[in-house]
Design a protein around this ligand. Structure first.
Ligand code: GUN
Length: 304
């Protein structure tokens, strides 16, 4: 069996389109959704993520409020900015790009984000509500919410399924586990100390891989007919036929390629459906951020 390849770009485009339509309606009522981004320092990956998020805002009619602070900024200054944005009525979502520099305490910065503007879903109250029965946070974290959206759109049955999540990070592993639990899956979280990991993974009807190890999940670890969602984004060097590092003719820099946590070519022969890297979960993160920002704007204006 060859798996259905899940087209994250197409699903993300559909989500973005829905958001754009709703934003257009809000704007007609004089409501302009706004997203504030906070970027500290100049990490190239963070800079390109924030640029992509701002571009998505522009495309969808969401106003973006960029805030760029130098690497050397103090904790108090970042805190003051987040407090100011939390109080600004034009701002419906606050995105503090992670990681922050080491001298800044991430926990206290994220705690300062208003829970009504926490479009990343990283505030501990929102994370807590995610895990509690009968509670629902206003925002679920974007990448995990994107994973669920992909599963729903391909018609996977989550309720009653056995879901295995590889990884327990605050950004993906833990919240995606809570979302799956909230949808009545039987969830197992695997991590670096898990014993006999392959046999646990092999039980998964739904497998979410988020451990940051290139091609870690091999075909023999996957139950035939499983849904495999690969959240891994690993950069590997591209080699020449003689084994040396390939160099880009355009830039003169070493060539790299993105691979996921799953050995895609082998696993696609076993799974029912699988996300590629790139083009799977990746595009969903920004689409869900836009959806969350819209939700924040509607909530701020009492629209359900
Ligand atoms: N760094 C890596 N992923 C994310 C994310 O989803 N949101 C934020 N704010 N920072 C990140």
């Amino acid at each position: 069996m060859t798996a259905q390849i899940i087209d994250g770009k197409a699903v993300a485009a559909a989500v973005r389109n829905d958001v754009k339509e709703e934003v257009t309606k809000l704007r007609a009522k004089g409501i302009v959704p706004g997203l504030a981004t906070v970027l500290v320092g100049a990490r190239p990956d963070s800079m390109s993520y924030v640029t992509a998020k701002r571009q998505a805002c522009a495309e969808l009619g969401i106003e973006s409020f960029p805030n760029e602070l130098p690497e050397t900024v103090s904790q108090a200054e970042v805190l003051a900015l987040v407090n100011k944005l939390s109080a600004d009525a034009k701002v419906n979502g606050i995105l503090v790009q992670l990681p922050l520099p080491k001298h800044i305490d991430e926990e206290s910065i994220l705690n300062a984000v208003s829970i009504n503007k926490d479009v990343d879903g990283f505030h501990p109250i929102n994370v807590g509500k995610l895990g509690m029965k009968g509670r629902e946070p206003l925002f679920a974290p974007c990448t995990p919410a994107g994973v669920i959206e992909l599963l729903d759109r391909i018609g996977a049955t989550i309720s009653g399924s056995r879901a295995v999540v590889l990884g327990r990070s605050n950004i993906v592993g833990l919240p995606v586990s809570l979302l799956l639990l909230g949808r009545d899956a039987t969830v197992t979280i695997c991590h670096s100390r898990t014993k006999d990991l392959a046999s646990v993974v092999r039980q998964a009807d739904i497998l979410v891989a988020a451990i940051g190890k290139p091609k870690f999940v091999t075909a023999d670890m996957v139950k035939p007919g499983a849904y495999v969602i690969d959240v891994g984004v690993n950069s590997l060097p591209v080699l020449n036929p003689d084994g040396s590092q390939a160099i880009s003719e355009k830039t003169g820099k070493p060539r790299t390629k993105l691979v996921g946590d799953v050995d895609f070519e082998a696993v696609k022969e076993v799974a029912a459906a699988i996300t590629p890297v790139p083009g799977g979960v990746g595009p969903m993160t920004i689409a869900m951020l836009m959806k969350n920002t819209l939700r924040g704007a509607k909530a701020a204006h009492g629209i359900t």
